[in-house]
Design a protein around this ligand. Sequence first.
Ligand SMILES: C[S@@+](CC[C@H](N)C(=O)[O-])C[C@H]1O[C@@H](n2cnc3c(N)ncnc32)[C@H](O)[C@@H]1O
Length: 520
Amino acid sequence: MSTLESYDEIPYESVPLTDTHPDHLYVIGRLFGLPAADPARCRVLELGCAAGGNITPMAYYLPDSRFVGVDLSARQVEDGRRLIEGLALDNVQLMHANVMDLGRELGEFDYIIAHGLYSWVPAPVRSKILALARELLAPHGIAYISYNTRPGWHVRGMVREILLYETRGVTGHRARLARAREVIALLGAASAGKQSPMMGLMHAEVQQLTQASDSYLYHEYLEDTNEAFLFSDFVADARAADLQYLADCELHTLFSSTLPPAAAAQVDALDELLEQEQLMDFLRARLFRKSLLCRADAPASRDIDLAGMLGWYAYADLAPEKGKPDLARRRPQTWVAPTGGRFEVQEPLTKAALTLLAEVYPDAVRVEELAQQAAQRVPGNGGGRGAPQAAALDAFYGELFELFAAQALRLTPRATGYRTRPDQQPRATALAAAQAALGFGCAASPRHVGAQLDAFATRLLGLLDGSRTLDEVAAHLLEEAERGQLAIPTEGAPDARLRGVRRNVTRLVQTFVRHALLAP
Ligand SMILES: C[S@@+](CC[C@H](N)C(=O)[O-])C[C@H]1O[C@@H](n2cnc3c(N)ncnc32)[C@H](O)[C@@H]1O
């Protein structure tokens, strides 16, 4: 069996990809009339799974579902298997194999994921990915395929072309990376402060590359294959493989309402939904897509059915940008996500619901119940004396859907609660502890979000084994730092140093609690 040397030497950061979670795919499928399989009892295949950092956490939190990951890089598969063995999971398997060699023997799957693969493989492998999706998808299954899109990706492609040229004579992955970094610095300096629009584009592109990891830089800019596609060409290829386009994972991109009114009118004037989406890609200079496909004979529709939402559970981690939520008036207010995303809502019921969801995050509340509980917080709109008015309720559900479409709020068909409070002697979840111990650089939350772990956070998670108080953990970390085993800035007198470490421990433990990385 061959391997992919570049990925063996520079492994991809294998992390949870929130949008690929079966919960998200299920909800979108059902909204579009496809009776997608229950995520709690489903079968998932991931092609190009790297070290399984996406499916292994899914398998950990969905013990009655079955997961198979396939990757051609032997080293990444070995890394991933160590995590699975450490956790003794028997519902996830990583295979070292070429997508080209797969077939029906793998069985049938409810969800097939190919993230960061389609653009990065040659044409025969791309055809095989679509053929496998058709062959292995269950009748109501959903395939998630992401790819770089034209024309927006051309700017990235321009920098890629420069880097490929400038590294052409350099041998060895690390040496090519080093040369690429030199060229990026050169391009950054040459384009700084220039007025020309072209130089502005170049500057923005190389600026984000100065922060990029080796893995991203190498595999996006220096690999032999990386192609971008027009959305309409991708859909045509999917159709030729007997698949149909269901929707985009980033649901808000389906709607013209986020465009300026004149542009939205042009989009809405088109009869064909696929033509509308293509035009919107142009208007947004879109450079990446996460397309969902299903079998051509699957009963999907483009009319969204919001009724299903009432029985699902919502969770969100948003806070008002300024001041308190104004529950008395229909006034636009901006809410922000921990990642910096900003979302405007105006309905008092929505503001009350977001406040409530932030209080219980990462737990979820059944949507119908959320409306009732939110109404109790809104003066004059139920206010505990009755049900909210129908018009207010409709407006609330409308905003809730918009928040879901914008990925500010998530929906799940399951009621599972994950909220934890730090114990006297906190203990990390087995998954977070194992990811920290194996140096994954990120710990997966039950909401399938990756919490980045620097050296300090990694060591801290390792010490949270249920045998130490946080004071003891802080003292232990300081000792390790003073022995030179852990690089943390410690200054001042011994007790001041200890207080500094203790403050960091408190701050990080709060983050771990927020992500439910501590065992209940
Ligand atoms: C850009 S990485 C994406 C990894 C992961 N899906 C993610 O997005 O985090 C592409 C992955 O596909 C794998 N790959 C490339 N060609 C493959 C093939 N023909 N068969 C199986 N895996 C392949 C690589 O080894 C690598 O792990």
